[in-house]
Design a protein around this ligand. Structure first.
Ligand code: CA
Length: 234
């Protein structure tokens, strides 16, 4: 590894791969380049791990025991994480790649692949990430920082609980799209049980905070909610 003048914290990678031999060779190759790597064979805990640990990059196998890589990625994006994700797919199926990219993957590799090519893709992805440190979503007067999990309204910090934040992030990724209460429950429940009533409470709290600034969450009767696009009414 080349010595650098500027000391940067190492790039932390979460590798999700159930083939032990492949996981080991990829881990070693990444570590030899100075990356910090945590490897797991299961998809279920990934969304939670990303909430707890500051990972810079996700390498995700699609064929996993239990929930597959697509479902993992869906959950990761639903909780508002914008961590760069590279998916590994065993099949050279166009639909798989398209599906992965639709779900928010940043890049993909088809197995079998050459390690140097994987390393090159990882370098490109982490460069992109460094150029985009503040993964912010701006919606009129509202700004959400998906890395720090904070929110601002009219440039003032907005006091929201973790659950309210997650609901807001979910809606912000779907402006002008109707989402059901059940979709919100699925996206934010994690380990605990969560009822439709709880979702109503979070929505009502968010409304009381956002309405005065002109950020409107509309109720779609008998179905769910929709975050309205910002109009120039203000
Ligand atoms: Ca696999």
């Amino acid at each position: 590894m080349a010595a650098t003048a500027v000391s940067r914290p190492p790039v932390r990678i979460l590798l999700v791969e159930d083939d032990p031999a492949l996981a080991q060779s990829v881990s070693r190759a990444l570590q030899s380049q100075g990356y910090e790597v945590d490897a797991t064979a299961k998809g279920e805990p990934v969304a939670y791990s990303l909430q707890r640990g500051p990972y810079d990059l996700l390498i995700l196998d699609i064929g996993l025991p239990g929930i597959d890589g697509f479902e993992v990625l869906r959950r990761v994006r639903n909780q508002g994480s914008s961590v760069p994700a590279l998916i590994l797919t065993a099949r050279d199926a166009v639909e798989d790649r398209v599906h992965g990219l639709d779900l928010g993957a940043d890049d993909y590799m088809t197995k079998p692949f050459a390690l140097p090519e994987l390393l090159a893709r990882i370098r490109a992805l982490s460069r992109r990430k460094q150029g985009n440190v503040e993964a912010k979503i701006v919606h009129g007067p509202l700004t959400l920082d998906t890395v720090a999990r904070r929110a601002w309204l009219d440039d003032k910090p907005l006091d929201v609980s973790g659950r309210e934040w997650a609901v807001l992030a979910f809606l912000l990724n779907r402006v002008e799209k109707v989402v059901s209460k059940d979709q919100i429950v699925q996206a934010i429940a994690g380990w605990e049980e969560l009822s439709d009533n709880a979702v109503e409470v979070y929505i009502s709290r968010l409304r009381s905070k956002l309405d005065p600034a002109g950020v409107k969450i509309r109720t779609v009767r008998g179905f769910g909610y929709m975050l309205e696009d910002i109009t120039d009414a203000r």
